[in-house]
Design a protein around this ligand. Structure first.
Ligand code: MN
Length: 205
């Protein structure tokens, strides 16, 4: 079973003007597809990974063959991170649900303080990486990972995440990462954030 691009639930232009059509097109069709192609090349060669989900590879990265481990971190990570990213965005106007409001108020006092801290964390990513809201043992945290490293490898469950690689914003925002990060909240799918929190209560599948 080869890994494939997940279906996008909206058109390339749907997140305009916050995320432009060209960026979406290149990001999804070229960058994400590129991670998938490289991941498929690795699993073609390393039969110990046959039938293993990309999520399992990342949560059990220490058990992957040392020769393929970096490739899995990069390409299974790239695949899983981007699949998550497309789903956490929507052209619909949404607002934080009940569970989301509660965890944000408990830890960050207000949505504004939460978003400011999140943006600050994302501005602090040197080079390429991601910034996340994650949870581990009921502890919510804003954290960043370098390159395509997944929070799953750290035992963390991602609730929300933003791609801060330049390829995610350079065509429209050039070096203005902060402008991209501020615009991005307009397309965050708070319903999906709430769903992730609901899934936590249900426990692992
Ligand atoms: Mn990306």
């Amino acid at each position: 079973m080869k890994f494939e691009l997940p279906k996008l639930n909206y058109s390339f232009s749907a997140l305009e003007p916050y995320i432009d059509k060209k960026t979406m097109e290149v990001h999804y069709l070229k960058h994400h597809q590129g991670y998938i192609d490289k991941l498929n090349l690795i699993i073609d060669k390393d039969t110990s990974l046959t039938g293993v989900t990309a999520e399992y590879m990342l949560t059990h990265l220490d058990t992957v063959n040392p020769e393929t481990r970096d490739g899995i971190a990069n390409f299974a990570g790239g695949h899983v991170n981007h699949s998550f990213f497309w789903k956490i965005m929507t052209p619909e106007k949404t607002s934080p649900g009940e569970k989301t409001v509660k965890i944000i108020k408990d830890r960050w006092l207000s949505l504004e303080q939460f978003t400011e801290e999140f943006i600050k964390k994302a501005l602090g990513v040197f080079g390429s990486g991601w910034t996340w809201l994650t949870v581990l043992n009921n502890q919510f945290e804003i954290m960043s990972t370098a390159n395509q490293n997944s929070p799953l490898t750290l035992g963390q469950t991602p609730i929300l995440g933003v791609d801060v690689w330049e390829h995610a914003y350079y065509l429209k925002y050039q070096n203005r990462r902060e402008e991209y990060l501020r615009a991005w909240w307009n397309v965050v799918d708070w319903k999906m954030v709430e769903t992730h929190l609901t899934d936590l209560e249900r426990g692992p599948p």
